[in-house]
Design a protein around this ligand. Sequence first.
Ligand code: 6PG
Length: 255
Amino acid sequence: MSTVRVFPDFQALSQAAAERIVELARQAIANSGRFSIALSGGSTPRETYKLLAAAPYVDAIDWSRFHVFWGDERCIGPDDARSNYGMAREVWLKHVPVPAENVYRMRGEDDPQQSAVAYAKVLQEYFDLPQVDAAPVPQFDLILLGLGDDAHTASLFPHTAALHEQFRWVVTNQSPAHELPRLTFTAPVINAARHVLFLVAGASKASTIADVLQGNYRPEELPAQLVRPTTGELSWYVEAVAAAMLDRKQLQVSP
Ligand code: 6PG
């Protein structure tokens, strides 16, 4: 079941997202001694990441038990302005005492296929799983996702083979609409998460999110529709201008 929370502006959305991340981190650390989060890239989560590097959020997390992964990455070096890792490091991770060994970067600078295989092994090791690219699948405490204007999420782009991957946990992908090849989680990993949280802002997303949440199921065109957590919770945090076309009667919309 998914819930949609609509926020009056981008700052309110970002603050609520930071609060939710702190809440889920505290729960996971209390339950299991650690918290695993996979970050999304793009521009929307940047403000949330910045908030987590400052009071009150920075003091509310035991960073020694906080483990950071990426749900997708552009195939470029970590110091390139387009790097999802680089963005999170600059506005957040270099400002908090998360141990370097708790930050699991996708190596965008290496051969994409090799990086995808290597990252799947990182997941196998962290989650202590018997084999790669098979069940049981890595189960993140939280996976953050964004929504592209074309309804992609992570780097699962419309009409790409990655949408149909049912075994491999991490694959390379490419889209003619995006300049760089990518590394991305596949749907099985995303749908295994305990919590999946989409952050959606901007008027340009209004028709896309309406199609995804209220339109016919057609994941080939609307890859974000693939996100249906098996047992986990799916939440959408949406800025009001992006929610303008949502029929709030149809959704579990909380103010
Ligand atoms: C990426 C992201 C991607 C992003 C959407 C939305 O690497 O670009 O992971 O999936 O979340 O494209 O991007 P914006 O937040 O910039 O709109």
